[in-house]
Structures are given as structure tokens and as C-alpha cells.
Design a protein around this ligand. Structure first.
Ligand code: B12
Ligand code: SF4
Length: 500
């Protein structure tokens, strides 16, 4: 069967700092190829819709699968599904991905028959089974498949993360993938899932709070196959198990691989496993993202981060001692007033780290989605991108955006401004000489993208597809299993028991 897998367009806000390869789609593509399908991947972060329609005509796919990791991409994907069915009525059209897994039935409603199904959870096992079942009523009862007849059983977890290494050869114009000065940059995955349970996050609910590891040999082999000099490790929390981090590192050393790495982890993990991060520093780790989220104990408690402000500060010190460039994230609550923004600005300017500010947003699949008692002020998917306020703001909305953008601009000037550029000038020049323009271009995009008037204006756009709001906002804390997409296997549970 000819299968076209499509990643939707980027959100402008994330494009400033990075653009990354669609690793999930590349893994699904590998599984479909193993089942002898003829697969192509099209990344609309790089190509336009015109290219998509050209693929429809020239490749003539029998099936098109869209990746829906992000809610903000829902309208685009629904529109593309409708147009695909109009042009190729016999083509089987489906979605998969993180956010899509939590809202399958509403996606099918929006598409009014143009989507044949939505796949919940990991795609490696489900997608081949799904394509095999096209035209057979048993499709409706497949694990992880949502059709207009309802939800099939919960999808099982992939038994072995080594099985389908990403089909990176299917993504074109790979020089477009970058994060900051890691330009160009590939992505890789060492582990999947997260043993913690933060209230605002759906990483743990998606994988049923399981935690799985690739074998050190397969992880190193995958890095060896990467041709780019830089690698973004997509693990939710890197090196939760120090031994696993060492084992991969030793395999990488044994193969003589030298790359620059970016990874994301928790402050308490960095404190506990400092030595493994020091080891990776020697292997090429340069940049680290730490989800600090809140500066005060009460904020951390509300997010259920299970760390203290003191641990967060100590972790920043450790990262500095290791010589890592660190970016951290703080969640701005829509309830913030001018004083709260000012406190964060002051703190952020007092530390050398890059500080990002995102807006607290209840997402389907998170605990907050059910427990948040404040009513959503919008049901526009496009505003669920952690850059817009979807809950009532204490300040008038326009003022809130002015404060947000002012804060982001001040924080960005720290690392994207002229003074900082001067420091990175030789680096930027080197990139330009190698024909890599992503980083340098990103510097100029900031004021075009972060603009209070524009963010406020985004709320006035007509809404074609409205989200289904939470059924009982402000309800009691749900049982974790009520939120899960995947029901963890016994090995997944073991991973959690050891490390939570
Ligand atoms: C890397 C990453 C990014 C990259 C995007 C890379 C890319 N082009 O795909 C960047 C940094 C740009 C990014 C940005 C954002 N991200 Co992000 N991101 C991740 C992260 C850490 C890893 C994704 C990944 O590669 N995983 C590994 C691959 C193998 O898994 P996967 O993509 O999920 O794919 C599997 C399944 O989903 C499924 N699947 C996926 N697509 C398809 C398609 C079909 C047809 C099928 C059948 C199956 C299928 O099968 C795959 C294999 O099992 C996840 C957390 C996570 N653990 O997933 C967060 C995550 C997805 N991001 C999140 C968010 C909120 C964002 C942002 C909105 C905010 C932000 N943090 O800046 C932005 C906006 C993104 C945008 N639209 O531009 C949230 C999503 C929350 C939600 N419910 O919507 C997550 C879960 C992080 C979190 N803990 O909250 N992100
Ligand atoms: S530790 Fe990170 S990935 Fe895990 S639940 Fe919390 S925010 Fe999500």
C-alpha cells in the first residue's frame, strides 16, 4: 500500500528557537516499511500545502496519516483531511499522535466523515495493524483505534523500543532542522515515558506513567546513523537512571562518535545523577532544558513537581559548574498581575540562564483539564499553544499580553540581543559559512512573532472548529488510570516503582 505520513505546519512561536524532525512519524514509517508498505513522509514545518497536494497527485497514496501531537494543529489537519477526501475519496485518512490521542471522537466529529479513524497512543504497532484491517469491520475493535462507532480497547505498549529505528532517510531538506546554535540538528530517543505525575502535563498520562529504555547498543547505533553534528534528545526526563546514561555513553565512546547534544531533565534528577551529566558533558552535552515551572513552593506544589525551590536553585548551580548552557521554563498563570511579572523579570535577569515563559494551559489528557475550576475563555484550538491565555486573566487581556511580551522580550534580549550576538558572532558566522541560516534568521524573527497586539488579535479570529470543553470543570482529582491512553504493562510498572 502507498502511505503518506504528514507532520502539520509549525507554530510560529516555537519556530523562533527551533524546528525539529518528526521523529514519531519516522518511527511509524519504519514500522510500516517493515510491513512492506511504500511510505513517504512530508513535513509541513518545511514544505507548504502546495507540496502536500502535489504528493497526493503524484504519489497517489492509498492512505494518509497525519501526526497530531499539538492541539493547535487540529484545524489545519481537519481541513487537510476534508480536502484529501474530496480529491481522493477512496484514500484512507487517519490521525495519530499525542494530543490526537486524547480527543479522538471530537476529531471525527469535526471532520464529518473525512477522517476514517484516529489512532490513540504509540503508532508503531497500531498503524500496520490498521492498514491491514482496512475494509474489514474488525478495524473498529482494534486496540487504540477510534472510529465513528466508538473507542477500541486501550492500545498496548510497544514491547521493545529498539524494534523500529526512525526512518530518517524519508525526511527531506534536513538542514532545516535546528535548535538555537545547534544548526543543523537531528533528534533521537533513549527512553519513553515519565515516572512522575505533574498535574499540568500529559507525558505521563499518555504512557500510563510507564518508563521504558532503548538498549544502550541500539541507542548508540541510532546516534551513529545520524549524519548531523548535533542531536536533540527528546526524552521527557533524560538520565532518570544513571546506569542507563553511562551504558549508552560507553557505547558512544566505543564507536568514537562525537556530537553536540541538547537534552531536557528535571532539577532533582540533575542533583541526584550529577556525575552522569558530567560524563555526558565530556561526550558533547552542551545545552540542557530544566523545567523549573515555578519560583515558589506553593506554585511547585500546585503543579505537583515534587521538588523544592531550593533544589531548583541548587540544580542551576550544578549545571553552571558543569559548564552547560541552560534554558529553563517558568509557567505564567493567567491570574498574574504586573507585580508577578515584575518579580519573574527581576529574578530572570539575575541569573545567567535563558528563561522562557509559557502560559499555564489546561490540556485534554492532563489532570488540570478536569480539576481547573476557572472556565475556559476560548475553545479555539489554535490558542492552546502555551503562548495564549485560555483561562480568565486578572489583568485585562490586552494588558496581560503586554506584560507577557514585555517580559519575553527582556528575557530574549539576554540571549538573542545584540550584546549576546556579539559573543556568538564567530559561531553565527561559522554557521553562515556552512550555509546554515536557521539560527541567524531566528534572531530577527522575535519582534515579528512576539507581539501583544497580534496575540490579543488572535482571540478575535472566527472559530471554525470548537474544542469540546471539559465535562465537569472543577471536579475532584481523577484516578490516574482515568487519564491514561496506554495501560502500563508489568515491565512499565517496574520502571516506575524503581524511580518515582
Ligand atoms: C520534541 C518535542 C517537541 C518539539 C517538536 C518536534 C516535532 N517536530 O515533532 C518542539 C520542541 C518543537 C515542541 C514544541 C512544542 N511542544 Co512539544 N514535545 C516534544 C516531546 C518532548 C517529544 C516528542 C517526540 O519526538 N517524542 C518521541 C516520538 C517517538 O513520539 P511521538 O512524537 O509522540 O510519536 C509517537 C506517537 O505519538 C504516535 N504518533 C505520532 N504521530 C503519529 C501519526 C500517526 C498517523 C500515527 C498512527 C501515530 C503517530 O506514534 C509515535 C511513535 O510511537 C513531547 C513529549 C513526549 N514525550 O512526547 C513534547 C510535547 C508533545 N510537546 C508539548 C507541547 C505543549 C509543546 C508546545 C505547544 C509548547 C512548548 N513546549 O513549546 C510546542 C508547540 C509545538 C508546535 N506545534 O510547534 C506537549 C503536548 C501537550 C499536549 N497535550 O498538547 C508534550 C507532551 C510535552 C509535555 N510534557 O507537555 N515539542
Ligand atoms: S517530570 Fe516533566 S515530563 Fe514528567 S510529568 Fe512532570 S513535566 Fe511531565
Amino acid at each position: 500500500m502507498r502511505v503518506l505520513l504528514v507532520h502539520p505546519s509549525p507554530l510560529l512561536y516555537s519556530e523562533i528557537y527551533l524546528r525539529l524532525e518528526p521523529l514519531g512519524l519516522e518511527r511509524v514509517a519504519a514500522a510500516l516499511r517493515a510491513a512492506r508498505h511504500d511510505v513517504r513522509v512530508l513535513d509541513l514545518q518545511i514544505f507548504g500545502h502546495r507540496e502536500y497536494f502535489r504528493e497526493l497527485e503524484t504519489f497517489r497514496p492509498d492512505a494518509v496519516g497525519f501526526s497530531l501531537n499539538y492541539l493547535a494543529n487540529v484545524p489545519e489537519v481537519v481541513d487537510l483531511a476534508i480536502e484529501t477526501k474530496r480529491r481522493r475519496p477512496r484514500c484512507f485518512v487517519f490521525t495519530g499522535g499525542h494530543s490526537g490521542s486524547f480527543i479522538g471522537p471530537e476529531l471525527l466529529d469535526h471532520a464529518r466523515g473525512a477522517l476514517d479513524c484516529a489512532v490513540r497512543g504509540e503508532g508503531e504497532a497500531s498503524a500496520p495493524r490498521l492498514l491491514e484491517a482496512i475494509g474489514d469491520p474488525k478495524l473498529e475493535t482494534l486496540p487504540g483505534v477510534v472510529t465513528r462507532h466508538g473507542l477500541g480497547p486501550a492500545p498496548p505498549l510497544l514491547d521493545d523500543l529498539d524494534r523500529f529505528p526512525p526512518a530518517r532517510e524519508l525526511t527531506r531538506r534536513r538542514r532545516k532542522y535546528f535548535i538555537g546554535v545547534l544548526d543543523p540538528c537531528a533528534s533521537a530517543e533513549f527512553t519513553r515515558g515519565c515516572p512522575w505525575d505533574c498535574s499540568f502535563c500529559s507525558a505521563w498520562t499518555f504512557y500510563g506513567r510507564s518508563y521504558r529504555k532503548a538498549s544502550p547498543e541500539a541507542a548508540a547505533e541510532d546516534i551513529a546513523r545520524i549524519t548531523e553534528p548535533n542531536v536533540f534528545l527528546v526524552d521527557d526526563v533524560a538520565f532518570v537512571q544513571a546506569e542507563h546514561g553511562y551504558a549508552i555513553g560507553r557505547e558512544i565512546e566505543r564507536r568514537g562518535i562525537r556530537k553536540a547534544y541538547y537534552l531536557e531533565t528535571r532539577c532533582d534528577v540533575l542533583l541526584k545523577n550529577r556525575e552522569v551529566f558530567a560524563y555526558w558533558r565530556r561526550l558533547g552535552l552542551h545545552y540542557m532544558f530544566l523545567g523549573v515551572e515555578a519560583l515558589d513552593a506553593e506554585g511547585l506544589r500546585l503543579h505537583r513537581k515534587r521538588v523544592t525551590p531550593n533544589e531548583n536553585l541548587r540544580a542551576l548551580e550544578v549545571a553552571r559548574e558543569l559548564g552547560l548552557t541552560v534554558a529553563i521554563n517558568i509557567i505564567a498563570d493567567p491570574d498574574w498581575d504586573e507585580r508577578r511579572f515584575a518579580i519573574v523579570r527581576e529574578w530572570a535577569m539575575s541569573v545567567p540562564e535563558i528563561v522562557h515563559l509559557t502560559v499555564g494551559t489546561p490540556y485534554p489528557g492532563t489532570e488540570t483539564w478536569m480539576t481547573e475550576s476557572r472556565r475556559l475563555t476560548t475553545l479555539d484550538y489554535r490558542l492552546f499553544d502555551v503562548q495564549h491565555a485560555v483561562l480568565p486573566t486578572r489583568l485585562p487581556l490586552r494588558r496581560f499580553y503586554e506584560e507577557l511580551v514585555k517580559t519575553q522580550a527582556i528575557l530574549s534580549r539576554k540571549h538573542l540581543g545584540v550584546a549576546a550576538i556579539r559573543q556568538t558572532a564567530s559561531l553565527a558566522l561559522g554557521l553562515l559559512l556552512r550555509g546554515q541560516t536557521n539560527f541567524v534568521r531566528s534572531i530577527w524573527k522575535f519582534s515579528r512573532v512576539y507581539n501583544a497586539e497580534r496575540q490579543y488579535g488572535d482571540h478575535q479570529r472566527p472559530v471554525t472548529y470548537a474544542m469540546r470543553p471539559p465535562q465537569a470543570p472543577g471536579s475532584a482529582r481523577p484516578r490516574p488510570a482515568q487519564l491514561y491512553v496506554h495501560v502500563p504493562s508489568s515491565s512499565g510498572r517496574a520502571g516506575r516503582a524503581e524511580h518515582a
